[in-house]
Design a protein around this ligand. Structure first.
Ligand SMILES: *[C@@H]1O[C@H](CO)[C@@H](O)[C@H](O)[C@H]1NC(C)=O
Ligand SMILES: *[C@@H]1O[C@H](CO)[C@@H](O)[C@H](O)[C@H]1NC(C)=O
Ligand SMILES: *[C@@H]1O[C@H](CO)[C@@H](O)[C@H](O)[C@H]1NC(C)=O
Ligand SMILES: *[C@@H]1O[C@H](CO)[C@@H](O)[C@H](O)[C@H]1NC(C)=O
Ligand SMILES: *[C@@H]1O[C@H](CO)[C@@H](O)[C@H](O)[C@H]1NC(C)=O
Length: 424
């Protein structure tokens, strides 16, 4: 059996383990009184970038520009029909991770592929791989975090595949630290594994939860990524699902408590204690990395959708349609994690302003909350494999492809901001 949010491994084979405990973080649900005070982009300022091909995309953008209001929160909206999707398949993209290759493992329905995100007050143009690569010429992007971040990167590679596939220029064979180059565009795309964002030691491969016991040094950012981001133009930070694991927490090198550790005389701390501190530490580290001059994007928590039980209690995600925004609401753990991210983001953004650092929020929580139909469920492996249902990651192709639409828009806005600053 395997954790759906398991290690950053590309192989389906792993030591069988018995999982006893918990995972509040992956029990979804609930409502987010979504407030996005800082994501109001002036959508009518969208810069036009030269594009090599693809006139249809241009036509689409011209059409959209006429109708757009001055400001629009692109992260608040609904999923609407999109007969043109998907934009790749498992035949055209070889970068799909086995566990997210839902078509291969026999997922019978395909309706979940046919949606796009429609913000309430405007349109979010579909990702244009040609324009995107034009925008990121000579630039570099690193995704830092867990396997949902890898899921995101593979979606981006597949979508860009209509133009070009990158070459692997990784410094070592470790799957957790991949680096790719789009040679025609001189664009570097990297992924850095750091599911807790802070320094971590695996104290016990089994532990009381039988999913490993981790020592987390909550006030020390993980140097595996802080030493790498210097020189990057964009980083996208994410973390979430791993904080439900059995962990022992340290601050100032002193043991301060734990989560499900079952150790004598060690205080059990509330679920979000570590989450909040880890984000504070990680975001502060970005402010402190002198040679990081890029844009730091925090991609907010993407909820899982287990129904009828937790991930290890037979829970599954069998819906085949998105929710409308009035049909579900984030609550409990997901809501708390989201709130913490936004709160810590604001603190870091404020500090960053004084230091000339740029922080942006990629607020995907609400959109993903509405996609209970987008997970692999049991279609991330063959039926005879002893793997739990995956309601954490996202099928490729699938709803996570919309993150490229968000990113595309955000990068365009960076171009606009740059122009505005230059004119002042
Ligand atoms: C792609 O999906 C089809 C089913 O739609 C499956 O038969 C095929 O093996 C898959 N190919 C790859 C390379 O994953
Ligand atoms: C690639 O981009 C880097 C900046 O990221 C630049 O220093 C370098 O000269 C570029 N190389 C080519 C061949 O354009
Ligand atoms: C990319 O870098 C090359 C080499 O340094 C330079 O000639 C070219 O103008 C750059 N392109 C952009 C769009 O910055
Ligand atoms: C736990 O604390 C009690 C009371 O302070 C002490 O007597 C006991 O030795 C401690 N146990 C361990 C394993 O540290
Ligand atoms: C949600 O909104 C739609 C469209 O506005 C409406 O048709 C539907 O009845 C609403 N559903 C609920 C559960 O309120």
């Amino acid at each position: 059996m395997e954790l759906p949010f398991g290690k950053y491994s590309t192989s389906a084979q792993r030591t069988p383990r018995i999982f006893l405990l918990i995972v509040l973080a992956v029990t979804v649900l609930g409502l987010i009184p979504l407030y996005h005070p800082f994501n109001w982009y002036p959508a009518d300022l969208v810069t036009q970038y030269p594009s090599e091909i693809s006139p249809t995309y241009h036509a689409e953008e011209r059409k959209i520009k006429i109708k757009e209001p001055k400001t629009c929160d692109i992260f608040s909206g609904e999923w609407v029909r999109n007969p043109d999707a998907p934009y790749y398949t498992n035949m055209t993209c070889s970068e799909i991770h086995e566990h997210q290759n839902c078509m291969k493992y026999g997922r019978p329905d395909s309706d979940y592929l046919k949606w796009r995100w429609k913000p309430s007050g405007c349109e979010l143009p579909i990702f244009n791989p040609f324009q995107f690569l034009d925008m990121v010429r000579n630039k570099s992007l690193a995704i830092v975090g867990d396997s949902v971040g890898r899921n995101h990167m593979q979606s981006l590679i597949c979508l860009l595949g209509r133009v070009e596939y990158p070459v692997d220029i990784s410094d070592n064979p470790d799957q957790s630290f991949k680096k790719y180059k789009y040679t025609t565009y001189n664009f570097t795309l990297a992924i850095n594994w750091s599911p807790f964002l802070v320094s971590t030691k695996e104290a016990d491969a089994d532990g009381p939860c039988h999913t490993g016991l981790y020592n987390l040094y909550l006030d020390e950012a993980d140097e595996k990524w802080t030493t790498l981001i210097g020189g990057y133009d964009y980083i996208i930070l994410n973390a979430g699902h791993w904080f439900a694991r059995c962990s022992v927490y340290y601050e100032n090198n002193q043991l301060v408590g734990c989560r499900y550790c079952g150790l004598p005389n060690v205080t059990e701390l509330p679920h979000n204690y570590a989450y909040q501190r880890a984000f504070r530490t990680a975001l502060k580290a970005i402010n402190d990395v002198e040679n990081f001059k890029g844009v730091a994007i925090l991609r907010t928590f993407a909820p899982s959708h287990y129904e009828g039980g937790d991930w290890n209690k037979g829970g599954d995600c069998i819906k085949t349609r998105p929710f409308r925004s009035n049909e579900t609401a984030s609550e409990g753990q997901s809501l708390e994690q989201y709130r913490i991210q936004v709160e810590e983001f604001k603190v870091a953004e404020k500090e960053g302003k004084m230091k000339g650092k740029r922080f942006r929020l990629m607020d995907t929580t609400q959109a993903m909350l509405l996609r209970p139909d987008g997970h692999p469920s049991k279609y991330g492996h063959w039926p005879n494999e002893n793997v739990v249902n995956d309601c954490v990651h996202w099928c490729l192709p699938g709803p996570i492809d919309s993150w490229a639409d968000f990113l595309f828009h955000m990068f365009k806005m960076e171009g606009t901001r740059f122009l505005v600053e230059k004119l002042q």
